[in-house]
Ligand binder design. Structure first.
Ligand code: ZN
Length: 407
């Protein structure tokens, strides 16, 4: 089924930005039994709509396929849990909501702080096993995908929400318009919707192309997000720039009926995006060549290290790592294994590249010369966590925005 139409505005004017070839879904970690079975790959081709400037990939994988046994439990990252705590505390202090709904509430990492403050809340989480983890920690959670019908049903049952939170999900929904209408159905007419999503401006400026993967169907500027929100009856009121995921935006939206005007901060970011050329095709022209250089530099480093008899292992097995490893063509001869804190991944193998995943303790046991850090967005946290590598003269390697070996 060829992709010819923009999912937001329906235009047929889609221009190629970056073609990463074909790779398996980045969260489908393989068990040892699966190594002898065929592995399905899907094209990973980023295009931008030259009418509404929404960057997008075809939604080849249905969310149900990746979310039903989703390997990512938010609570495995300390800095992520702390980020969520600060957001929840600030929002509760500032808005004093009586009822909070979080969409894609994961394992309750955020709503646990709302529960602790005695505020009524509900999580909406599509993944059954992850939602159960949330209920186990006392966070009321409904297993569902958000669409207009689910939003309307929840509103009828629980009343409208004063605050609807949708963090790290707005890129994951193929039906943007339906999802946005679902948000509108949930939120009170004078309520707030808060959305965190990766910012295409920093993705492009800092070569974060490994955050492009099949589960991320769209990549937003504030300008394209504003258009997406409008498609469901929401108006962008304010925006915050966040360092999470290498550069994210927190959008504050309200129902159109609330009559909120965009803040000065919205105007400033829109100006920056325009200045970077993201509302014209020229702004997208050189990205593919910068990405090709990231690949050449990483491969050159890994090949040189292998030929010099140095050992290189990975740290982390995030989805983005799999885009990078697959695009660069890294295999076990260049990266012996990687480690991850999430026990779900231990004993499994990275999709496509089939690199074994072990518990983090393996690094201290083996004392490798280099540790390639795949979740580079957690750089500060991981540089500290991995400081013990220096005890034996080991060094950390960051592949993005450009290859860097720490002294
Ligand atoms: Zn469009």
């Amino acid at each position: 089924m060829p992709v010819t139409r923009c999912r937001l505005c329906g235009s047929g004017r889609l221009a190629s930005v970056l073609d990463l070839g074909a790779t398996p879904p980045c969260e489908l970690f393989l068990t040892p039994d699966q190594l002898d079975e065929p592995e399905l790959t899907y094209p990973l081709h980023l295009r931008v709509c030259t009418s509404c400037w929404l960057a997008q990939i075809p939604p080849l994988i249905r969310p149900e396929e990746t979310f039903t046994e989703y390997a990512y439990f938010s609570s495995y990252s300390d800095s992520w849990v702390e980020h969520a705590r600060r957001f929840a505390e600030d929002a509760l202090d500032r808005l004093a909501p009586g009822f909070v709904v979080e969409v894609a509430s994961n394992d309750g990492y955020l709503l646990q702080h709302v529960v602790a403050r005695g505020v009524r809340c509900l999580g909406v989480e599509p993944s059954a096993n992850v939602g159960q983890a949330a209920r186990d920690r006392g966070v009321p959670t409904r297993t569902a995908f958000l669409d207009p019908a689910t939003g309307t049903a929840i509103r009828a049952e629980h009343g409208p929400a004063d605050l609807v939170v949708a963090n790290n999900v707005y890129a994951h929904v193929p039906d943007i318009v339906g999802f946005t209408r679902g948000l509108r159905a949930l939120v009170a007419d004078d309520g707030w919707v808060s959305i965190e999503v990766q910012h295409l401006l920093t993705l492009m400026e800092l070569n974060q192309y490994d955050t492009i993967y099949h589960e991320h169907f769209q990549y937003y500027t504030v300008a394209s997000a504003q258009r997406a929100l409008a498609s469901g009856g929401l108006a962008l009121a304010d925006v915050e720039l966040l360092p999470t995921h290498g550069g994210s935006i927190r959008l504050w939206a309200r129902p159109v009926e609330a009559g909120a005007a965009p803040s000065r901060r919205v105007a400033d970011v829109l100006d920056r995006e325009k200045g970077a050329g993201l509302e014209e095709i020229g702004g997208y022209a050189e990205f593919a060549e910068r990405v090709a250089k990231v690949r050449r530099d990483l491969l050159r480093f890994l090949i040189d290290a292998a030929e010099a008899g140095r050992t290189v292992v990975g740290y982390g097995a995030p989805g983005k790592g799999n885009t990078l490893l697959n695009h660069c063509g890294v295999r076990g001869d260049l990266l012996a294994y990687t480690v991850d804190r999430n026990p779900y991944k231990h004993g499994r193998f990275t999709p496509g590249t089939r690199i074994p995943i072990r518990p983090p303790g393996q690094i201290a046991e083996d004392r490798p010369d280099y540790v390639l850090v795949l979740p580079w967005n957690l750089r500060a946290e991981l540089t500290e966590q991995l400081s013990y590598v220096r005890e034996w003269g080991g060094r950390l390697v960051f592949p993005i925005p450009s290859l860097e070996v720490t002294p």
